[in-house]
Ligand binder design. Structure first.
Ligand code: C2O
Ligand code: CU
Ligand code: CU
Length: 465
């Protein structure tokens, strides 16, 4: 039997036809709105043996991929059909505070049965995502996460001309094999790396296949939408792929990934390649220990590449304000494990604050009591944040409403130099310096995106005025 035929048969046996990507649909427009979106109960089909009662935007997982255009206003009517309050936060978008989706700092929580109109103009093109900022452990953990893609304006977009553009949502589910929920969090794991789930998926599918046409220019957008797990993207040697954007921001020179690329929760990575002639390649997504994990997908190229040469484009540079490094004010933030101060057994019995930023654990907030900001910044000024992780665990640190320029680390070379991000991954005992212009007035959340860490202390906000 010819090799290709045998391969086809083995993959067909291993995977049901429904495991083919993409399975993501577009949200439906309605008069006056670009999208009408709901959050509601959803029946999820993650495990083979049983359905799961979870949550979904528009009642589905993966959630609809929302598309916006850079510099063009988008209007989204969001209806809460859950039995608990919620909001939507647009992760990575530099938009006004009123649209940031943080209860009390941006807007009142949206009550069950109510709706809220989100209306904003995305300033940057790239790969972003959306999720609630209420009861995050459960709402994100059970399915309320989706891709938000901002396209370049039409003219530029035509020049980029990707033949296939595929968002890949990486998420790990706390489910048993019958599809029943397991605890999303345990105090023991909250005080460590967080509680990982059991079932790894890409767009809700286990070890899916992605088919692309030989010769086509393909863009893969990886999004780590998991509550907890850090993923390492490993590209096969035979695939001539380039990184074109990091965390939603174009890189100035596309580059080859020589090593695994680490992505903490909240982070994104865009790669592009020209699909080679008929081949089957496995793209691995390893876990934080670097072990070959159970998470991967198979990239299948069909047909022969034509002679017409295509090139991997450089995306238009993002328009992030350039910080004035010479005059920037330096501020230190130390991310610490509270057990270093309070004995761990006391914490485990107590109210479960395990993590602190500059000696403060997030105290929570409601309408009547909003805690003081971690720091107040002057509108329009440049700042350098010195982010010191003095713990034994990784922390993807995220700031709302702004985009950082990553300057340096005490542990590694920053590559590419001075790239932009909204979420920076601090390795254990790593200090990273980031700079930015505080140009967006408001009170902006500032937290670790490992949801259990933010829920047990590693969260605060900064005020820009
Ligand atoms: Cu994805 Cu407060 O963020
Ligand atoms: Cu965010
Ligand atoms: Cu953390």
């Amino acid at each position: 039997m010819p090799l290709s035929r045998r391969r086809f048969l083995t993959s067909a046996l291993l995977l049901p036809a429904s495991a083919l990507l993409p399975r993501i649909s577009l949200a439906s427009p309605e008069a006056g709105f670009d999208y009408v979106l709901t959050a509601q109960q959803a029946t999820l089909n993650i495990t083979a043996e049983g359905a799961t009662d979870g949550f979904g935007f528009d009642g589905q997982f993966p959630a609809p991929v929302l598309h916006a255009t850079q510099g063009k206003k988008i209007r989204i009517k969001f209806i809460n059909l859950l039995t608990q309050p919620t909001t939507i936060h647009w992760h990575g978008l530099r938009i006004p505070i009123e649209m940031d989706g943080v209860p009390f700092l941006s807007q009142p929580p949206i009550k069950p049965g109510e709706f809220y109109i989100y209306e904003f103009t995305p300033p940057d093109a790239g790969t972003f995502w959306y999720h609630p900022h209420v009861n995050s452990l459960e709402q994100l953990g059970k399915g309320l996460v989706g891709a938000f893609i901002v396209n370049e304006p039409k003219k530029q977009r035509q020049q980029l001309a990707f033949d296939q553009d595929i968002p890949l949502l990486l998420k790990n589910w706390h489910l048993d094999d019958q599809g029943q929920w397991l605890p999303l969090s345990t105090p023991r794991q909250s005080a460590r790396m967080g509680t990982p789930g059991r079932i790894e998926t890409i767009n809700g599918l286990q070890a899916p296949q992605i088919k692309v046409k030989a010769g086509s220019l393909v863009r893969l957008r990886f999004l780590n939408v998991d509550n907890t797990v850090m993923y390492r993207i490993v590209l096969p040697k035979g695939l001539d792929a380039k990184v074109i954007a990091i965390d939603g921001n174009a890189v100035s020179t596309p580059f080859t990934l020589k090593e695994a690329w680490a992505m903490g929760p909240g982070m994104r990575l865009d790669i592009a390649f020209i699909a080679p002639s008929a081949a089957e390649q496995v793209i691995e997504i390893k876990n934080r220990q670097g072990k070959l994990n159970f998470n991967f997908f198979t990239l299948i190229t069909e047909g022969e590449a034509s002679q017409q040469a295509k090139i991997i484009p450089t995306l238009p540079a993002s328009v992030i304000p350039v910080p004035d490094l010479k005059n920037a004010k330096k501020i230190n933030f130390t991310f610490e494990w509270e057990g270093a101060i309070t004995p761990a057994d006391k914490l485990l019995k107590g109210k479960h604050d395990f993590w602190i930023i500059n000696k403060r654990a997030w105290e929570g907030m409601n309408k009547q009591s909003i805690p003081a900001p971690l720091v107040k910044l002057e509108l329009g000024k440049s700042y350098i944040f010195n982010l010191r992780n003095v713990t034994q665990y990784h922390h993807p640190i995220h700031l709302h409403g702004h985009t950082w320029t990553v300057l340096k680390s005490n542990k590694r070379d920053i590559h590419p130099q001075e790239y932009h991000t909204d979420t920076v991954l601090l390795g254990k005992n790593e200090t990273v310096q980031v700079a930015f212009v505080a140009d967006n007035p408001g009170r902006w959340m500032y937290h670790c995106h490992v949801i259990e860490h933010m829920k047990t202390g590693l969260m605060g906000y900064i005020e820009v005025s």
